[in-house]
Structures are given as C-alpha cells and as structure tokens.
Design a protein around this ligand. Structure first.
Ligand SMILES: [Zn+2]
Length: 316
C-alpha cells in the first residue's frame, strides 16, 4: 500500500466511535517505536511532521523513513500529515513533497483572514488530491513556535460551533481542529482540566459525520514525569489531559488526536534513567533503544484509549 489520505480513516472513526492517533516524528527511533505499536495493535496511522521537524531532520530523511514504514507494513494505512502549516507556501511545499494531508493553522488570524488563507490551501491541496485540516479557536500552551493562551483564558477562546459551521462551509476544509479545552506542551494546566464536550456536540449536531481534531492531547503520563524528575530532570508541575477525557472525545466527533509531548517525555525519561544508572555508557543504541521501547509501550496503551486498535483493515 502507498501512503493514503485520512478520508477513509475519519469516515470509519466517526461511524464507529473511535479516533486515529496522530503522532509527531522527528527521527528514526521515535518512528520505529510508534510503528511497532501500530503493527502489533493493527491500527491506522497518521505520522505528522511539524515545520520544526522538517528543518531539524531534513524532509528527505523523514520521507525515506516513512517510505520504509509503508513498505514494511502493507496492511496498515499510513497518512503523512503536515502539523501546523503556517502559510500557504509551507502547505504548498508539503503537497509538492508528497504529503497526503496538510494542516493550515491560521487560527491566530482574524476569522475572515483565516477563511481566506484556508480556502487558498484547500484549493491547491484538493487539486493535488491532498486533504486539509484547518483550525478555529485558540488552544492553551506552547508547541514549538505556536504560542497559545493561558489556562485561565482557555475558556474564552473555545471554538464557537456556529462560527465553525460557517468556516467549514466557506473553506471546504476536510477536518477542523477545535479548541475544546486542550492545550499544547507539558505544562498544559495548573488544575486538572475538564473538556468542553458541548463544543464537539454543538458542531456534530449541525454537521453530522464531519471529522474534528483535538490538538494538545498528551496526557503527561505520571510514569514518565516521575522518571524524569527522579533522574535529574525538572518537570514537577507538568500536567496533561486525562486519558478518560480523551477516550470520551474519541467516541464523539473527534476523529484525530495529536500526541507529541507524551512521545518526547517517554524518550527523555528512559535516556535520563540510563545515563543516571550507567554513567559510563556512551553507546547511543544503549539509551535510544530503551527510549524507543518506552514509546512502543506508551503508544500501544494510547491506541487502546483512542479505541483504534484492530481498526487498520476497515480504514484501508
Ligand atoms: Zn497542535
């Protein structure tokens, strides 16, 4: 199977009440950890590449790695997605590079401007059989150069369902990332958040079958937070979105859930542990290997939370 777009995945996810995991990749080990879990769980897969990842790794390396993923897993539908494209030019570049899905995030711009930029991307992408995710509303937290609002203000920047309907109709975007109380990064919240499920149901009541996307959905797992802090790290106040809330949203119109922070923390926790327990170790395979294994286990669990285990075949 070659790379696919996310249309069929979202159609099945919506219909059968689960969400597809979208995992950020920067290098070989992270990708391998994710893909081992996906292969074991037989789940559909969205591998996403941010602009930061593009410039860190060089897109040709990432494309080659994803090419191997596709070749070695013929039964798994794999979508290659641009995470947080900021301009038409970035999105166009990714379409030209062979991505099957791009995100244009003009959510920081005024409503009308967001519509204009998104429309332009949709037009170009659709001409090349590539699907488009757009964003409306503002999340909290920080992800690379995407800076959001503080937790106190998250409630004021939630996606307005009425506006979302107008936005979807005017732009023709294939899926929409919404602000429903989640937040980017490891320091999402000071107190445990509650998600605004009414934003999700408000949209799906008006456009049944339309796929929504949740960003900033890492859970900041205690296991990795504790390891990082035990082995010389400093992340005492990290807090994420409870897995139970993510599972609830996945049963609703949320068809794609983005995970990045949990991958970073799993890798970092294991590397710290190896460095601390065996300070004489200098073979990168001896610390990247355990990191990759921690990612595999974490992603397996995540797929069960999302409900997409065993769903590869119906999405292919
Ligand atoms: Zn995001």
């Amino acid at each position: 199977m070659s790379l696919v777009d996310s249309k069929k995945m979202f159609e099945m996810a919506y219909k059968n009440g689960y969400a597809v995991g979208a995992f950020n990749v920067n290098n070989m080990e992270i990708t391998q950890g994710i893909v081992s879990a996906i292969a074991e769980e037989k789940a559909p897969l969205i591998l996403q590449i941010s602009r930061g990842a593009r410039s860190y790794a060089n897109i040709d390396y990432l494309k080659a790695i994803i090419g191997v993923v596709v070749a070695q897993n013929p039964d798994i539908p794999v979508c290659m997605h641009l995470d947080h494209g900021d301009t038409f030019e970035t999105c166009k570049q990714c379409v030209d590079d062979g991505f099957t899905s791009v995100m244009i995030d003009a959510s920081g711009k005024p409503f009308e401007e967001n519509i204009e930029i998104t429309k332009q991307v949709v037009e170009y992408a659709h001409d090349h059989n590539v699907v488009v995710e757009a964003e409306l509303g503002q999340l909290g937290g920080i992800e690379e150069d995407v800076v959001g609002v503080s937790q106190e203000d998250i409630g004021k920047h939630l996606t307005d369902p009425e506006q979302a309907i107008e936005f979807i109709e005017k732009t023709g975007c294939d899926s929409l990332a919404i602000a429903c109380g989640t937040s980017h990064g490891a320091y999402k919240f000071k107190v445990e958040p509650t998600l605004a499920f009414d934003v999700i149901s408000g949209i799906s009541e008006k456009i049944p079958g339309y796929p929504l996307v949740m960003h900033g959905s890492s859970s900041v797992l205690k296991e990795f937070k504790d390891l990082i802090n035990k082995y010389g790290g400093d992340m005492p106040n990290a807090m994420g979105v409870p897995e139970s809330a993510i599972g609830e949203a996945a049963k609703m119109a949320i068809c794609k859930v983005n995970i990045d922070t949990d991958l970073r923390m799993a890798l970092t926790a294991k590397i710290r542990q190896v460095f601390s327990e065996t300070p004489g170790e200098f073979d990168p395979r001896k610390y990247l290997g355990p990191g990759r294994e921690a990612i595999r286990k974490m992603v397996k669990r995540k797929l069960q939370v999302l409900g997409c285990s065993g769903k590869a075949a119906e999405c292919a």
